[in-house]
Design a protein around this ligand. Structure first.
Ligand code: X2X
Length: 337
């Protein structure tokens, strides 16, 4: 096959893929065009609901506002995109609070190990006073955080080498964690050897054995196909992780006030629908993953939390988060430190 023909086919395939999943990427005639980026797979409910939201916003603003959705780290790694949204090169960034914590430390607080026991408590805190406190902190960095977070889910350990049953199994275990001080601290305190790797490089890190395992929610493991290389899931539920929508303040405030209200309202509604999608998937996917050869292990979580306590994890993070945010967290979770 000559080079031109090959190139044509490749370009054609890429374009077809993009146009099926993301018709809005063909920019229309809108007066305001905004880029909304994230690291999640294109077919994860986060991007399905964002795409719907984008269409609804176009409709409700009579075509004035067009929000292009860029999934799968298309616009860069976690750190790249955070710089871009601060500079206004990306208008809206949807990202895990723990990773945004490198800029706004309190945004990581929902990831404190074993803090949340169930979804009712998660939403009570994040839609309530704790969430408001975090939104105010984002604003100080000129980022407007929308009210409703998106769900990533309760995270489980996924191992390539052996099932993890006890904290002892984690000893010296090279676990990939996202670039975030809290994540590294959590797994160090559990006795493992965390390696901090951006999400976009995680699949190959597992493949090349740079990491023995990862930890994530079942839906994310499923849509990113991590089960192809890692087969043991342990139900640690060690943290709840969710995504904030943060908009560059200057770029967001350049929209007419009426359009801003529409954008916030539609994003909030989409996030609430996405929560239902993800909770359902995280509950149902085990059967599907089992047919792909994944083995599931139930674990007793108490010794893991005990280990964290012993290592001084809760005391350290209480200090780092500050009394105000910590007491807002404990108002929902009960005493942690
Ligand atoms: O694991 C990650 O890097 C994270 C938080 O972004 C996801 O869950 C995809």
């Amino acid at each position: 096959m000559d080079i031109n023909r090959r190139k044509l086919i490749l370009t054609g395939a890429a374009a077809a893929g993009a146009s099926i999943a993301f018709p809005s990427l063909v920019w229309g005639q809108a007066q305001f065009k905004m880029k909304c980026a994230n690291i999640m797979p294109a077919d994860h409910p986060l991007n399905i609901r964002l795409t719907e939201a984008s269409a609804r916003i176009r409709e409700q603003t009579n075509g004035q506002v067009e929000i292009g959705i860029f999934p799968s780290s298309q616009l860069g790694t976690d750190a790249d995109m955070l710089s871009q949204v601060r500079a206004g090169a990306i208008d809206i960034f949807v990202q895990s609070g723990l990773i945004l914590g490198s800029l706004v430390p309190v945004a990581a607080i929902n990831g404190i190990g074993f803090a949340f026991s169930d979804y009712a408590k998660v939403w009570q805190a994040m839609d309530g006073p704790l969430g408001k406190n975090i939104q105010a902190a984002f604003l100080k960095s000129n980022l407007i955080a929308f009210d409703k977070m998106w769900d990533n889910g309760f995270r489980q350990v996924l191992s390539s080498s052996k099932p993890i049953r006890t904290p002892d199994d984690l000893r010296a275990f090279k676990i990939r964690v996202p670039p975030s001080p809290l994540w590294t601290s959590l797994f160090k305190s559990l006795g493992s050897a965390p390696v901090s790797i951006p999400w976009a490089e995680t699949y190959s890190a597992l493949q090349t054995r740079m990491a023995d395992g990862i930890e994530n929610a079942l839906a994310t493991i499923y849509f990113s196909k991590m089960y192809e290389i890692s087969k043991y899931v342990s139900y640690t539920n060690h943290m709840w992780d969710g995504f904030w929508t943060v908009a560059n303040r200057k770029s967001f405030e350049s929209l007419p006030a009426s359009s801003r209200d529409i954008v916030v309202k539609v994003f909030n509604e989409a996030a609430v629908k996405q929560r239902t999608d993800v909770e359902k998937l995280n509950g149902e996917l085990a059967g599907n993953l089992a047919t792909k050869g994944v083995q599931f292990t139930k674990v007793d979580r108490a010794p893991f939390q005990e280990k964290l306590r012993h290592a001084g994890f809760y005391g350290e993070w209480k200090r780092r988060m500050g009394d105000e945010a910590w007491s807002l967290l404990e108002a929902t979770t009960g005493k942690l430190a």
